[in-house]
Design a protein. Structure first.
Length: 326
């Protein structure tokens, strides 16, 4: 009976309980729940993210030229840009539970449409946000207090190589035992090599007994985070791992429009080099950044969180209808 839901009724109930717990958590903190659009005229430039694209065929809603008789619109990979516009307008600390969309593979931990919890705390840096997030994770996962280590410490401990100073050749040598074959041998981009090593060698070692926060990622992987004021080799960025699952990505948020625009433009240049389509930059988001208050934010994958809290092995087991059953 292929009309049946992917998840059991018990899993649907567990999701409802999790969402109530999250909303109660933020209500107690007096953090405002908001809602932003899923469709935007702009997209993300990150080379690792691919947007779904559609067209609005009604009247022209912008000063942009029509493409094939319509206005191009993009399903959002995250509510981040528009949430930051709310922050810049004076919303105060906010959170959102939303559906987001990424045109990537489906698999054990991936569905092209998934649920995301994103929140921003005004006046926080990324370490204070890790403190707050640890409380929420313990509440939902019923786990021990999360641990923390820097990105550099993780590499030194597990691969005996310093990711901040090592050459590409030294990194390849450190990963030689991982049997990545030509994938590692032929790669020339240092950040891609670092990501391969982290994914294959480190994710499976950290956060097995309790969640682990990894912070101070290389500055070249800053995305939308600030560069650390004490060590400009690293960015004020963290990720969260538990039982070999990446759960969240957070930043002490960059609030410099000139710097952010440079990063977006560099992304698009890299896209061209890689043969990927150049993406329209969100200039409304860029313009808001000079008004963005000092804050930290994080995006947490709710489907993966539910998988872990209910001990499910596949993301389909916690979705009402997965992409192959929708």
């Amino acid at each position: 009976m292929n009309w049946l839901p992917s998840a059991s009724l018990a899993q649907l109930s567990a999701r409802a309980t999790m969402l109530k717990t999250i909303r109660d958590f933020f209500s107690n903190l007096q953090v405002l729940e908001v809602e932003t659009p899923s469709l935007s005229q702009a997209a993300v430039t990150d080379v690792h993210l691919q947007c779904f694209k559609t067209q609005f065929v009604g009247r022209n809603i912008s000063d942009k030229p029509l493409v094939d008789g319509g206005v191009p619109l993009y399903l959002q990979t995250s509510p981040e840009f528009q949430m930051k516009r709310l922050l810049a307008a004076g919303s105060g600390s906010i959170y959102q539970i939303s559906k987001v969309y990424r045109n990537e593979e489906s698999g054990r931990f991936h569905n092209p449409e998934f649920s995301l919890l994103e929140w921003y705390k005004v006046g926080f840096d990324h370490h204070q946000l890790m403190d707050e997030m640890a409380t929420l994770l313990m509440l939902i996962l019923n786990c021990n207090t999360p641990t923390r280590c820097s990105y550099q410490e993780a590499f030194l401990s597990i691969l005996q190589v310093d990711p901040l100073t090592a050459s590409i050749e030294e990194l390849k040598l450190a990963g030689a035992h991982l049997q990545l074959g030509d994938v590692l041998d032929n790669e020339t981009d240092k950040d891609t090599i670092l990501q391969l090593l982290f994914c294959i060698a480190i994710e499976s070692k950290i956060g097995q007994d309790e969640p682990c926060f990894v912070y101070d990622f290389p500055a070249s992987q800053a995305a939308l985070a600030r560069i650390n004021t004490k060590d400009d080799r690293v960015a004020d960025r963290f990720e969260v791992y538990y039982k070999s699952v990446e759960l969240a990505n957070g930043f002490h948020e960059l609030n410099n429009s000139e710097e952010q625009l440079k990063r977006f433009q560099a992304d698009n240049q890299l896209r061209i080099t890689m043969g990927l389509p150049e993406m329209p930059i969100d200039y409304k988001f860029v313009a808001c950044l000079d008004h963005l208050p000092d804050c930290a934010g994080v995006a947490l994958g709710l489907d993966r969180l539910l998988m872990l809290s209910t001990e499910q092995k596949h993301i389909n087991d916690v979705l009402s209808f997965s992409v192959d059953n929708a």
